[in-house]
Design a protein around this ligand. Structure first.
Ligand code: NAD
Ligand code: GLY
Length: 378
């Protein structure tokens, strides 16, 4: 891959809500300076002198140097620690954080700093979007999934007991500080889940990037930081480009990020959240299945499916989900947010690097692909 650079700055162009993603592997020291510049670029942030770092129990011990760096830049912080896991993405947890902000006499110039994975980013981001109708939000993502996906783009929210991500807002951060060094403590299963989203970017938008991933499986799995920094930065660039062209998912463009997710969300719903499949694993199976659906439509040849499946499997990700009921999965797909006029819509590949949102796949095509899972390795 390319010569390692110290840091990459990725701009997210959204008019007055524009911000920068800084991708480095240099530790937390520079966070304060980055935060100060990012905050100063906004009305609410300019007079920000205080903030709340929201993190979870697995990361609480590492919060101090981030707080020290912010203090040195004139931002005094306290830390709120929530339990790790999806169950913290709740209105009850948000309410506890509102209590904390009221105790701290937070006003509209008070910053929320989300230090953690996608759960923390979504929860803290939702609180930042709603407290006093919006306070500045700084994202400090510490999982690969959060670094390449959830910290960028402004989707924040919590779960309803009966529906995931159903209560939320669009609230762009003032900046995203990515330090890939934080990934060195991440469990390998979480790394793989993030890699599923990285593979997704290659398939939907960037064939040369997909080829780079194929050529660098070894250094990626060995967590070579220069390689990881490069793939995180490229993923952020691709997401930033999509978000800046369709911030609120209105034109259909942002929906391309949903490749693998129609089947993936159905797997999560049927297997049970927190059950056998983590989100990234379900998306990996979903991408393999959606390639096969595209094959049945004659959109791609088997070579495309083969490359996608091969790369996912080399990253240690599943590509089929035997044992799940096809009828229940299809029923779950009929509730997908992308659907129109009662038809299931999929984002399907036309080739590596190009996808289309479509309702061309019939239920019979989908069922045929799902039934293949029980007939052996796909
Ligand atoms: P997560 O936030 O639950 O983190 C996974 C686990 O890793 C947790 O136990 C956490 O404590 C631990 N962890 C985090 N950083 C660590 C580190 N550096 N070292 C060791 N352990 C660490 O999971 P996730 O996969 O990051 O995020 C999943 C969430 O993201 C889901 O709720 C999903 O809905 C959401 N999401 C949101 C968007 C969006 O656009 N807003 C996009 C994709 C996913
Ligand atoms: N993760 C999908 C999106 O941000 O739109």
């Amino acid at each position: 891959m390319n010569t390692p650079e110290v840091e990459t700055i990725v701009p997210v162009a959204l008019g007055e809500r524009s911000y920068e993603i800084r991708v480095s592997s240099g530790g937390p020291e520079g966070l304060g300076r980055f935060a100060r510049v990012a905050l100063d670029a906004t009305w609410a942030g300019r007079s920000c002198r205080r903030g709340l770092i929201v993190t979870d129990e697995n990361l609480a011990a590492s919060a101090k140097p981030f707080g020290d760096s912010l203090r040195a830049a004139g931002i005094a912080t306290t830390v709120a620690v929530v339990p790790p896991g999806e169950s913290s993405k709740s209105l009850a947890q948000a309410s506890d954080l509102y209590d904390r902000l009221i105790e701290l006499r937070a006003d509209r110039h008070f910053a929320i700093i989300a230090l953690g994975g996608g759960v923390i980013g979504d929860l803290a981001g939702f609180v930042a979007a709603t407290f006093t109708r919006g306070v500045p939000l700084l994202m400090v993502p510490t999982t690969l999934l959060a670094q390449v996906d959830s910290s960028v783009g402004g989707k924040v929210g919590v779960n309803h007991p009966r529906a995931k991500n159903i209560i939320g807002a669009f609230h762009q951060p003032v900046g995203v500080w990515v330090d890939v060094k934080t990934l060195l403590t991440l469990p390998v299963r979480e790394v793989r889940c993030g890699l599923a989203e990285v593979v997704k970017y290659g398939v939907i938008l960037d064939a040369p990037f997909f080829a780079e991933l194929e050529a660098n499986v070894g250094p990626i799995l060995a967590m070579d930081l220069a390689t990881i920094r490069r793939i995180v930065a490229r993923s952020c660039e691709l997401k930033a480009e999509v978000v800046s062209r369709d911030e609120r998912e209105e034109t259909g463009l942002r929906a391309v990020l949903n490749f693998g997710h129609t089947v993936g969300h159905a797997i999560e719903a049927v297997a049970g959240y927190g059950g056998g499949f983590q989100h990234g694993e379900a998306v990996a199976v979903g991408m393999a299945a959606e390639c096969r659906i595209a094959e049945r439509l004659g959109w791609v040849g088997s070579d495309v499916t083969h490359r996608v499946v091969d790369l996912l499997e080399r990253f240690g990700l599943p590509t089929s989900a035997p044992g799940l009921d096809a009828g229940a999965l299809i029923e779950a797909m009929t509730r997908d947010k992308k659907n129109r006029d009662g038809k299931i819509r999929f984002v399907l590949p036309r080739e590596i690097g190009r996808v289309e949102l479509t309702d061309a796949a019939g239920v019979d095509d989908v069922r045929a692909v799902l039934n293949e899972w029980d007939r052996g390795p796909g």
